[in-house]
Ligand binder design. Structure first.
Ligand SMILES: [Fe+2]
Ligand SMILES: [Fe+2]
Length: 275
């Protein structure tokens, strides 16, 4: 694991950066997640670090790198999202507000056990999302603008790279017993529903803005493309997310997808900070 600082430039990014506009908007909707969840992840991991025995030296180091990676992800997605607001999608912020407030509330009212399990739930979704993006979406990525594709590839490859950190923190703090397992699953389902609800709202808003200027025929074609995309992403995600429900789930055993190492290596050569 390494911290990479890719210095991405979104000044010329187009909101509809892929040949299938609904695909671009669906990932634009997902981009609200890192803007808010990643600062929360960092805070939860800092709290976990405070109670984690110093003898788990390696895990302490991994959390420090994890947090630096998440900070870079967040910075780049916030910059990307600003470019979206400036292109006529400013009300996306209205979808984001209650989402951001939820994390403030979680940190204030929920137990560390809940927050660590939620972080692990999100990280399990992140490594599955990485596999979907690298393995199953070539048809949607062909001909897409490189700035947006690179943002997602770099981010998701690092999500895959650090996929074990929250899982190890959860196991180290709360053990391997049946309660720890059931609690992990319950909060994983909660996290998927919580995050999925906000991204669905964001997608509806973004695609809704585009459809406002479409003819009826164009609108019907857009609805058909969105449905086909939803089906494809859902069936692909299921394949990877199913494993998370196993009591023997271990993200460390997952094999990286082709292309992940290549993108990590690309950003290793410039502006890399090794902690
Ligand atoms: Fe991230
Ligand atoms: Fe992550």
């Amino acid at each position: 694991m390494k911290v990479r600082v890719p210095n991405m430039d979104f000044s010329r990014i187009r909101a509809l950066w892929a040949p299938v506009p609904e695909f671009a908007q669906s990932y634009n909707a997902f981009s609200i997640v890192p803007a808010h969840i990643e600062p929360y992840l960092m805070k939860v991991m800092r709290r976990a670090k405070d109670v984690l025995d110093p003898k788990h030296e390696q895990l302490h180091e991994e959390i420090a790198i994890f947090n630096k990676q998440e900070m870079e992800h967040c910075k780049n997605h916030v910059a990307f999202n600003r470019a979206l607001y400036d292109q006529g999608y400013g009300d996306l912020r209205e979808v984001e507000k209650p989402y951001q407030q939820d994390y403030v509330r979680f940190l204030k009212d929920k137990s560390l056990r809940f927050n660590v399990a939620y972080c692990e739930g999100f990280e399990a979704m992140g490594s599955a999302a990485a596999q979907v993006f690298f393995e199953d979406l070539d048809g949607y990525l062909d001909g897409a603008d490189s700035e947006a594709v690179d943002l997602w590839k770099w981010h998701l490859a690092e999500e895959f790279e650090h996929r074990e950190v929250c899982y190890k923190v959860y196991k180290t703090l709360y053990g391997n017993g049946p309660f720890a397992y059931l609690y992990r699953i319950a909060v994983f389902i909660y996290a998927m529903t919580h995050i999925g609800g906000y991204t669905a709202r964001a997608q509806k808003y973004l695609i809704g803005v585009d459809r406002a200027s479409m003819s009826e025929d164009e609108r019907q074609a857009s609805i058909a493309r969105e449905k086909a995309l939803g089906k494809k992403v859902a069936s692909s995600s299921k394949k990877y997310l199913f494993q998370v429900f196993s009591p023997f789930y271990d993200p460390g055993k997952k094999k990286p997808s082709p292309g992940m190492q290549e993108i990590l290596d690309r950003y290793d050569t410039s502006n890399t900070v090794t902690p």
